[in-house]
Design a protein around this ligand. Structure first.
Ligand SMILES: [Zn+2]
Length: 98
């Protein structure tokens, strides 16, 4: 059977039904392995002040917030993009900060 994606859009593999989670944006129930995960660091202080404090050598704590989006919300928010046939075959590049 020709498939659009090798993973069929999921990270399920051979396992059966997995947990469902709610999309953080629209609330739709999506399988956990299909949902797109976006995590970002949340700081208590704003960026200008943060920069200044870092320069002075202060440790500024921040927490990481992880959100799950359904595919349509992830595309809308720019978490993932629609990729061409050839691009879909490639592994997505993982961006890492420090
Ligand atoms: Zn959604």
């Amino acid at each position: 059977m020709p498939v659009k994606r090798k993973s069929r859009g999921r990270a399920k593999g051979g396992k059966g039904r997995g947990a469902m989670i709610q999309c953080s944006s629209c609330g739709q129930l999506v399988p956990r392995d299909k949902a797109k995960r976006a995590s970002r660091r949340i700081s208590m202080v704003d960026s200008a002040l943060y920069k200044e404090l870092r320069q002075k050598g202060t440790y500024v704590s921040s927490r990481t917030e992880t959100r799950y989006y359904c595919v349509s919300c992830a595309v809308h928010r720019g978490v993932v993009r629609v990729r061409s046939k050839d691009e879909r075959k490639q592994r997505p590049q993982i961006r890492r900060r420090r």
